[in-house]
Design a protein around this ligand. Structure first.
Ligand code: FAD
Length: 399
């Protein structure tokens, strides 16, 4: 049976695409490589912007609200420089149309809530399907799985993550850079007493390494930036973590560590967010990889998903093949530009956190010194690690 839309991948990007497409009346099926009962490790993407909650609310009534209720809205954000507070701000937490300004919950919890919404909408998800090739043809696209099955559809969304087989099979290159240095990320169970997001420049108890502490519903995530000459293994093993973690938390959280991983900073964008024929659209990490700072990964995947669903609905309704193709290529242009913006923003954040020149280092230490007298310098130190802001870091969505 041929479907209107096949979505490959049931991560946040794929599930959001399926919901948005279904809301627009598109007949959609999701194909996922992993089994239904898989356990994904770690908190990973925590922060959902209100803009993302709005898009999800539009795709499935009540979904944005449920995510907002399930997550944590922290009350304060603080920046420290060598152990001294240089910025601290109470945050507005009022809801708009039932949606908080943001919410913080583990990605596995977000995915579970998305899966519930997908099931409630009656959208079919087929688990255990490993798609290994995708072939666009003149009127449809054919996806083939490792076990020899074949799916035909008018359009296909590749939401199969950073190692996208679909992108590979279409020969779309992923361009960009990867930092040599590493971050170590840890989940600690138990909500911190202070519901506060704290960034430490040059933590005095960690020989000047930067540390970010982000609370989420049920715990907190601690992100340590290794120095350029650190061996990340010396920081990411459980024994090593129990040595340094108590130095940065108010209490000794080392016995409550749930997950520990390390990652490099990535700034990569696909050469195109759609194949030239306009049958296949890339969504989320299939199309771009950004560092977590700035919360661009999952939030931009949700914006891609919304835009991809719109593009597919427009293409299906188009009167001519040319117009249908134009709708998809517009998607590629607009979300490609958003991805480039996010990639550059992640690069700016990385340069700020690892200043290359003495002048940049001096600017930061000078700003820290003067912050009590010149609040905008404290504000700069607070915001710069996340890169420049755009109407929500995720770029335009509808067109
Ligand atoms: C350690 C770590 C920390 C992170 N922290 C943050 C953060 O703080 N903030 C942030 O915004 N982002 C963060 N991210 C990134 C965030 O997790 C991703 O942006 C998000 O998961 C992207 O969603 P996605 O749906 O595009 O891809 P994924 O979540 O990777 O989903 C892809 C899905 O496709 C399936 N799949 C893959 N190949 C196939 C195939 N061939 N056939 C069928 N199905 C397939 C996979 O099983 C998976 O279910 C982090 C990532 C990691 C690894």
């Amino acid at each position: 049976m041929s479907r209107q839309l096949v979505v490959v991948g049931a991560g946040p990007g794929g599930l959001s695409t399926a919901l948005a497409a279904h809301a627009l009346g598109v007949d959609v099926v999701v194909l996922e490589r992993d089994p239904e009962d898989r356990a994904r490790p770690g908190s990973r993407a925590l922060f959902l912007h209100r803009d993302s909650l709005r898009l999800l609310e539009r795709a499935s009534a009540g979904l944005g609200r449920r995510l907002g209720e399930r997550g944590l809205v922290w009350r304060r954000r603080t920046t420290m420089y060598r152990g001294r507070t240089v910025y601290s701000e109470e945050l507005p937490t009022a809801a708009e149309a039932g949606l908080p300004p943001f919410t913080s919950l583990r990605q596995i919890d977000t995915e579970a809530i998305l899966r519930e919404a997908v099931a409630a909408a009656g959208i079919e998800v087929v688990y255990g399907v490993n798609i290994i090739s995708v072939q666009p043809e003149s009127t449809e696209v054919v996806a083939r799985s490792a076990d020899g099955r074949c799916w035909r559809s008018s359009y296909l969304v590749a939401a199969d993550g950073s190692r996208s087989e679909v992108r590979e099979s279409l020969g779309i290159a992923l361009l960009g850079a990867r930092s040599d240095s590493h971050h170590v990320v840890i989940d600690v169970a138990g909500e911190p007493a202070r519901k506060e997001r704290i960034f430490h420049y040059h933590h005095p108890k960690l020989d000047g390494r930067h540390v970010l502490i982000v609370p989420f519903a049920g715990g907190c995530q601690v992100d340590l930036q290794c120095s350029a000459d650190d061996d990340p293994d010396q920081w990411s093993g459980m024994d090593e973590v129990s040595r340094w973690l108590p130095l940065v938390l108010d209490d000794d959280g080392s016995h409550r560590v749930l997950w520990c991983a390390r990652y490099p900073f990535l700034q990569r964008v696909a050469a195109s967010m759609a194949d030239p024929s306009g049958r296949v659209l890339l969504v989320g990490e299939a199309g771009h990889l950004f560092a977590p700072f700035g919360a661009r990964g999952m939030n931009s995947a949700i914006a891609d998903a919304d835009a991809a669903a719109c593009a597919v609905a427009c293409a299906l309704a188009a009167r001519t093949p040319g117009r249908a193709q134009a709708a998809v290529l517009d998607y590629s242009r607009i979300r490609g530009a958003a991805a480039e913006f996010n990639c550059a923003a992640a690069g700016a954040a990385l340069r700020h956190m690892r200043p290359a020149s003495a002048a940049e280092r001096l600017a930061q230490s000078g700003a820290a010194l003067l912050a009590p007298l010149v609040p905008r310098l404290g504000s700069w130190l607070e915001h710069a690690p996340y890169g420049p802001r755009v109407a929500a870091t995720i770029g335009p969505s509808r067109y």
